[in-house]
Design a protein around this ligand. Structure first.
Ligand code: O2Y
Ligand code: MN
Length: 599
């Protein structure tokens, strides 16, 4: 479609304004059709950016590789540009909005020369969902246009929904590499030294420059559905969260919905697609990364997944860790930064024990079996549509969402934090979210093993002051009858013994923990009241068929008083950075735990 055919005149004017600024050689409005996808992917194959995978191995799928300097979200170049720095808070990078606009306008003048500017209309959430939000992304990356079709509801249906004057979030994106006469393009144009991922919460505007990768470039995901949506959610009394959503069904056919908040690189996609080892128990996936939650007419908290696809980490994904995911990426998938096999398929570390015959690694180097380097980048990804997941819950497209019975927080903690425990109240549950921390893995920049505070797993994704965000969570006890709010739990699958071995088998066995949570929600499982919350004993778990000793279970569920007192001191000092925006109610929770530990 041509821009002058758009019914929405304000949208048309906005596109023309930015066309004049970015100076692309062409403008193309995406309709989201299959033909369009094949055409764009075909053009990427022609330019060499995409390699079509073997139709007999992985139909409708493509391999591509990014520039080695553009491989992940860049937190240090991600900004919240609120007028008052206090509104960004101490955990975000802040820039004055005027200074950021001036800088971006300067650097982006003519930045799309020689390229096509794609107009990508997209909807986050089922198109008729009351919480759905429309965005329009202008981008000079055909890779972004292809991925946005998988990750969001994209194209004509969104323009139809927008009508003549519907509201949309403007999203500007350029890889920052104009092509002048005679220039040859690279497979992955980007400008790593200039990367800026900026959010303007007062204007509800996103402007990302210099990167073509993932969260920096697919602006519907972390930028819109978390950073901008979290601001909107605060204004409108709902929650935009970094959470998976699952439907858990018992052998008796009763279902409960659980939302789970885990920092990046803690296996959210694996949990969202779990195959429980316990006979008769079933997990179905509603979402693997983001949940928008709002109090429904009946006073309960309802969640939708705003996304339409999975942008999951490839390394470690295997038949053992996530068989359902392996099915979801069997066809129609885009793979970024994985290895390419000789027979035109993909491979990454952890997919199989022995690598197949490889053609090249993620850096497009011919495969050298003696090389010590990895075939796939640790943050390599697959982009697959949610409907490809064999255990997608039928409620995935439900506009009103699903009623949440339980919220789980969890991080990677090799010691101290027990396998599972339950909060004693909504306020205590919010405290668990605020005190979430996780040990860093190689997938995240930083020192491996170092503990990183990641309140609500939102440290990189909250679009405003995290202290005000804690208050917003606490306010839900006022927005509805507190007895209707979900129960809140903390889990830790990652406890290690003195030899550094994981004590809990994880994967499908995590279903046993989910069963205990399910039963706590209907008062059918026991727990002991401890200073940190309600903790189960070994007997409270269904351990049939699992080879685990009493000693191991006791260790997994033990409360180390001295260790927890130290943890409280450390948290106290962490919370002090939020100064006057730190809610008193959470400091009181901390004091109450301290007191109980000292008794
Ligand atoms: O590195 C990126 O750009 C992707 S980050 C990401 C992608 C999917 C789901 N979650 C995350 C994350 O960092 O939490
Ligand atoms: Mn995530």
């Amino acid at each position: 479609m041509k821009v002058d055919q758009l019914k929405h005149k304000a949208l048309q004017e906005w596109i023309i304004k930015w066309k004049n600024h970015f100076e692309p050689s062409d403008v193309y409005v995406c309709d989201g059709s299959e033909q369009e996808h094949h055409r764009l992917a075909g053009e990427l194959v022609k330019s060499g950016a995409f390699i079509k995978l073997n139709e007999n191995k992985r139909p409708g799928s493509y391999w591509c590789a990014s520039d080695p300097n553009d491989v992940a979200r860049v937190e240090e170049r991600t900004f919240i540009c609120s007028k008052d720095p206090k509104d960004a808070g101490p955990t975000n990078h802040h820039k004055d909005p005027k200074i950021m606009h001036d800088g971006l306008n300067k650097i982006s003048k003519g930045c799309m020369k020689g390229r096509t500017m794609y107009v990508v209309p997209f909807c986050m959430g089922p198109i008729d969902a009351p919480l759905a939000m429309i965005g329009v992304q202008l981008s000079d990356s055909p890779y972004v246009a292809c991925n946005m079709r998988t990750m969001t509801r994209m194209g004509q249906q969104v323009l139809d929904k927008l009508g003549k004057d519907g509201e949309y979030i403007p999203c500007l994106h350029s890889v920052g590499v104009p092509l002048n006469e005679g220039d040859t393009d690279s497979y992955w144009p980007c400008s790593p030294e200039d990367v800026v991922v900026s959010h303007f919460p007062e204007e509800k505007l996103i402007f990302s420059y210099g990167s073509g990768y993932g969260g920096n470039a697919l602006l519907g995901k972390k930028c819109l559905a978390l950073r901008i949506a979290s601001v909107k959610a605060k204004e409108e009394k709902w929650l935009a969260e970094h959470m998976l959503i699952i439907k858990l069904t018992s052998p008796e056919g009763e279902s409960k919905f659980i939302a789970g908040s885990f920092p990046s690189a803690c296996g959210k996609t694996n949990l969202a697609m779990l195959e429980p080892s316990l006979p008769g128990w079933k997990v179905e996936c509603v979402g693997d990364d983001i949940a928008w939650m709002k109090v429904g007419k009946d006073g309960r908290l309802y969640a939708i997944n705003p996304e339409a696809g999975f942008f999951g980490v490839a390394p470690g994904t295997s038949e053992k860790s996530n068989p359902n995911c392996m099915r979801a990426i069997e066809k129609n998938t885009i793979f970024t930064n994985v290895g390419l096999t000789e027979d035109g398929d993909v491979w990454w570390e952890g997919m199989t024990d022995i690598p197949p015959k490889m053609k090249m690694d993620w850096k497009r180097r011919p495969w050298d079996p003696s090389s010590k380097e990895k075939v796939a980048h640790p943050n390599s990804r697959f982009t697959a549509h949610a409907t490809m997941c064999p255990i997608l819950a039928k409620e995935f497209d439900e506009p009103e969402g699903v009623p949440i019975d339980a919220i789980i927080f969890g991080g990677r903690r090799k010691s101290l934090v027990p396998l599972v425990y339950e909060s004693l109240s909504w306020e205590h549950g919010v405290f668990l979210g605020a005190s979430l921390s996780s040990e860093l893995t190689a997938a995240v920049k930083g020192t491996v093993g170092k503990l990183r505070h990641d309140p609500f797993s939102m440290i990189a994704f909250c679009g405003y002051n995290m202290g005000d965000y804690f208050s917003h969570w606490l306010d839900f006890a006022k927005f509805t009858d507190r007895s209707k709010l979900p129960k809140i739990f903390n889990v830790n699958w990652f406890r290690q013994d003195s030899a550094g071995k994981f004590m809990w088998p994880g994967f499908g066995e995590n279903g046993r923990v989910l069963k205990w949570i399910f039963e706590r929600c209907s008062d059918d499982a026991k727990a002991e009241l401890t200073p940190i919350g309600n903790v189960p004993h070994m007997e409270d778990f269904d351990l049939q068929g699992l080879d685990i000793s009493k000693g191991q279970m006791d260790e997994l569920l033990k409360i180390d008083t001295e260790g927890w007192l130290k943890e409280m001191d450390e948290l106290d000092s962490y919370f002090s950075m939020f100064k006057e925006s730190m809610p008193q109610a959470l400091l009181e929770e901390l004091e109450a735990i301290r007191k109980r530990l000292k008794k």
